[in-house]
Ligand binder design. Structure first.
Ligand SMILES: [Zn+2]
Length: 212
């Protein structure tokens, strides 16, 4: 399983630090006891016009239940090469009617088929994401999001509303809405089975930023 931590570093800074990134130690989401660091692995991440670097992902293990978790930084998505912001910007542009998928892909420097895949996956989950992020926005004391006729636009509006509400809490504002969305869905924003941020918050599969 993976957990996403609200890493304040941008992808480039994180990559440059190699294994030296200070990752906060979470609790096991099931047992609610502190976990221990348990090695890690290298993976690739691509951002900004095709810049691709290797990053080190820490793993943790719960001594109580034996489950290990990968601690993904919030600029990543689980099992996706491209950064959360890259995919999010494309989705936001298409949902907002700024442009179609092809120019959005060109602007982001990603293949058209990749961008089309993000938009399709997001669209397939848009209704559920709209509901759960609206609920999250309300839970965080944010504005009530009115459903829009277009599910894609509705989902983006709900994510924005939840982020605006979360940005009032310490540590979240720096992430921006797409890294926030990755954090609270455990990196599953574009996964086949997106984890509801509602459930994630209840089960704490994400890690809230540390208070200063
Ligand atoms: Zn455990």
């Amino acid at each position: 399983m993976s957990m996403v931590w609200p890493c304040p570093l941008a992808a480039g800074a994180y990559a440059s630090m190699g294994r030296a990134v200070q990752v906060p130690r979470p609790q096991c989401p099931s047992c609610r006891v502190p976990v221990v660091f348990w090695s890690g692995y290298w993976r690739h991440v691509r951002w900004q016009q095709g810049v691709e670097r290797k990053i080190f992902i820490r793993r943790v293990r719960c001594r109580a239940c034996g489950v290990t978790h990968a601690l993904l930084p919030a600029f990543t998505l689980a099992r996706r090469l491209d950064a959360a912001d890259t995919a999010g910007v494309v989705i936001g542009q298409v949902a907002g009617g700024t442009c179609g998928v092809r120019p959005a892909a060109a602007a982001a420097g990603v293949p058209y088929t990749t961008a089309r895949g993000w938009v399709r996956r997001f669209a397939a989950r848009a209704a559920g994401l709209a509901v759960s992020f609206s609920a999250l926005a309300a839970e965080l004391g944010g504005e009530v999001v009115r459903p829009l006729p277009d599910p894609l636009r509705s989902a983006v509006a709900a994510i924005s509303a939840a982020f605006t509400a979360a940005a009032g809490l310490p540590g979240w504002a720096v992430l921006g809405r797409w890294r926030f969305a990755s954090a609270v869905t455990g990196g599953s924003l574009l996964a086949a089975n997106a984890i509801s941020p509602w459930l994630v918050i209840g089960g704490r599969r994400f890690m809230p930023p540390r208070s200063p």
